[in-house]
Ligand binder design. Sequence first.
Ligand code: MLT
Ligand code: ZN
Length: 472
Amino acid sequence: MGGRAYRATVDTDRLAQQLSAVVGPDHVLRDPALRASYETDFTGRYRGRARLVVRPADTAQVAQVLRRCHAAGVPVVAQGGNTGLVGGSVPTPDGGEVVLSLRRLDGIGAVDTAVGQVTVGAGVVLSDLHRRVAAHGLEFGVDLAARDSATLGGMIATNAGGERVVRYGTTRANVVGLEAVLADGTVLNRLAGLPKDNTGYDLTNLLIGSEGTLAVVTRARLRLVPRLPERVTALVGLDSLEAALDVVARLRLLDSLELAEFFMAEGLALVLETSGLPAPFRTAYPVYLLVECAGRHDPAEELAGVLDTAGPGETAVALADADRRRLAAYRERHTESINAAGVPLKLDVTVPLAELPGFVADLPGVLAGRGRPYLFGHLAEGNLHVNLLQVAAEDEEAVTGAVLERVAAVGGSISAEHGVGRAKARYLHLSRSDAEIAVMRSVKAALDPAGVLNPGVVLAEDTALFGRDFRL
Ligand code: MLT
Ligand code: ZN
């Protein structure tokens, strides 16, 4: 099974000196003020204390940092843009982790138009990649609201989904190969980008979505798709989730559907309150559907053809980029608006589409008055973001358990796109069988026998194995 080979006492001064020799003293952060932004997650829910924050510049430095931490028995948390939402990218309060920031690995290679691929460093920010490849008439298929901060390394580590999964799949479907460093500093390199390559186990796909627990991703070879010039976005106010699902079912028949997102009246009210945006319609609706279609030829007419039969409701349509962004903001600004109102309990789940209306209708009963729900997400995949404000601290576990058990009962997944992290490690059995979890533990033990990579993430730790004698 493997386990942590932590040393009870680690000389942090000595480790800092060793790591400074690798990355330069300016890139080993010890000052609490400099460490702070690396120690707290985006929502403020997960906070820890890093032994050190280390900022290597390239793969060779990452390998040396990992080798030294491994030798010292010090756990390592890899971090990119720190936009993760399940506590997988920040240190714990008393775990003594080194935070390994990959942000300086921000190189974007030459865009290979012959095969439609590009190699990027783990620290490349998604919107920078979008801008770079657009100049070549190409696009990276994955897009998400945190595009200005999220890095490719973090997106790969969590197999990020986002808004265009209905057309391009999750990050996994858009990665051709990886370079990654194992816990002991061994470098695995699979960046040739061969579209056909069945030579043994697919290590790239094993590492995608492993949340920094099996290796640290340093570079990636990405698949690019043609940039579609004609684009139309529509926001539709509807009476019910069933009506929204009906529209999505009909939109799927068009080959131009790019995204189908939803939010609800309560979330829109919060967005309007915090953002100052004008209400999209004169009337308030229970459910809002945001859709986008794109193609070589203007898809506005075929989109209108479907929306015209959407039943009672209102529709706003936008063609120009700025107008499309204005409509998308009603959906994309949910995360920041909810954060502005408090520290949310965020549960990111998939519910089979046929079960979705019933799940949402039953939710108040499941919550039993514990917390104020805001629901939004990626409707085409049944990916529901259940955000809860004002859950009493003593109710958090019970509420999380109740919601995730209901998800499992209707055949859903307890983690759709944010990952398991620390937040859901103890609930993994709801979505995975004992046999699957045993295989996962074997894989973890094979790749990281000392258990130094992101301990407690994905697979819950048995603290009895290690004791709690490991301190800064
Ligand atoms: C989103 O869909 O906006 C992201 O997953 C972030 C979130 O859930 O808050
Ligand atoms: Zn999402």
